[in-house]
Design a protein around this ligand. Structure first.
Ligand code: AOF
Ligand code: ZN
Length: 383
């Protein structure tokens, strides 16, 4: 289940039918989750007089782009039609020829696109088409709207550290577990299936020391979407205590795993793990592993996006360090009550000396979605 795309401000000057096809293009594009990154998810619809002639998505990294795929096979029928795309058609020759040329060659009379292409090389497709007499409408909405749909792609166009999403499952009273180290499942099967689907869209799944010690998680994507490249499990391990038998280091056959340790523990750990995982050495700060350095080290290892799945201490540290770009907040209709572990302990002052992150700054660009009796709230960092 997904929420209908919000194609945003500005699009209200389009006819209702145009908005519908544009939203359809965005929705189609979403089906590329887990298969196209770090490319954007893109969908395209070719229509004439309210009738859809063809539609497609960018299905696979390196494969045909959405526009070219939607036009394929239409031949003369595309002449005079309108093409709707969720992203400005590319103007560059990458792994495939420019979409702009395919659109122009097909005789498309009008192109309506939603997000502006941020890449210097691929960008400018709208202008290119206009110059050749194609009527072009777009972009609509703003960069934050587009980034909400294609977070990793738009982050990559701007940033140097990996895109970081933090998943938290919380009770109605904002707690992630009962006290005393006890563990419970807060969310139901549908929400857990969604987490597996989400995992497929990230380069890495990150957990803190307490989590791998207590849960020995697999950290693989075992959901409806089979990731094109399985996400790499990343374990934080300041003292270098990980062992070669951990499930996350033995999950996907031939898969990678990364253990991040303090510089003084990394050498010994590397020897003990004997090739089972890559060991990244990072400095230690007063609060533990230097998380910004750890994330920087992941970029050097080709990790462009990270889904952090716990635990609470790591989540709080990431939030406090302003290192989180997106929150996936699953809210379960249960109350844990007194003594429970708060989802945002720094706010409750339970980590001595922790800085409280500035209030606000989180934006709900996507609508909440229900999974069984749980609700997923997606919040993107503003500014
Ligand atoms: C589009 N439609 O469906 C996609 C676009 O390496 P390539 O050739 O696949 O090009 C990837 C770049 O093209 C990507 O970084 C982004 O700028 C654009 N992606 N453009 O018009 C599509 N996937
Ligand atoms: Zn293209």
């Amino acid at each position: 289940m997904t929420a209908a795309p919000r194609i945003g401000a500005g699009a209200d000057r389009l006819a209702a039918l145009d908005r519908r096809f544009l939203a359809r293009a965005v929705e189609l594009g979403r089906g590329g989750w887990g298969r196209v990154h770090p490319n954007p998810m893109v969908g395209a619809v070719v229509a004439r007089d309210g009738t859809v002639l063809g539609e497609a998505r960018h299905e696979e990294f390196g494969g045909p782009h959405a526009e070219a795929a939607a036009l394929a096979g239409l031949g003369e029928r595309a002449r005079g039609a309108t093409l709707y795309a969720s992203l400005e058609p590319c103007r560059h020759t990458g792994k495939t020829p420019p979409c702009t040329e395919a659109i122009h060659r097909a005789g498309v009379a009008r192109t309506v696109f939603w997000a502006a292409e941020p890449g210097a090389e691929a960008g400018g497709g709208g202008k290119w088409l206009r110059r050749r007499g194609v009527r072009v409408d777009g972009p609509f909405g703003d960069r934050a709207d587009w980034a909400a749909e294609n977070p990793v792609f738009f982050h990559r166009a701007a940033g140097s550290r990996p895109y970081v999403a933090l998943k938290l499952a919380v009770s109605l009273d904002g707690r992630i577990a009962p006290g005393g180290g006890r563990r419970v499942w807060l969310t139901g099967a549908e929400a857990r299936a969604e987490v597996h689907r989400l995992r497929a869209g990230f380069d890495a799944i990150l957990v803190g020391t307490r989590t791998w010690k207590s849960d020995d998680p697999l950290l693989t994507a075992r959901g409806a979407v089979k990731p094109r490249v399985p996400p790499v499990p990343v374990l934080l391990d300041r003292r270098g205590e990980a062992t070669a038998g951990l499930r996350a280091l033995n999950g996907d056959v031939g898969g990678r795993a990364i253990v991040v340790a303090a510089s003084d523990a990394a050498g010994g750990l590397e020897r003990r793990l004997a090739g089972r995982a890559e060991v990244a050495a990072v400095p230690v700060t007063r609060r533990g592993l230097d998380l910004a350095a750890a994330l920087g080290g992941l970029v050097e290892r080709g990790v462009g996006s990270v889904l952090c799945e716990g635990g609470g201490v790591l989540a709080a540290s990431l939030l406090t360090g302003r290192l989180v770009d997106r929150l996936y907040l699953f809210v379960a209709p249960v109350v844990i009550g007194e003594g429970g572990v708060p989802a945002f302990p720094h706010a409750a002052g339970t980590i001595p000396g922790a800085r409280t992150p500035p209030a606000g700054g989180w934006q709900a660009r996507l609508d909440p979605v229900r999974f069984g009796s749980d609700t997923l709230i997606v919040l993107d960092r503003g500014g």
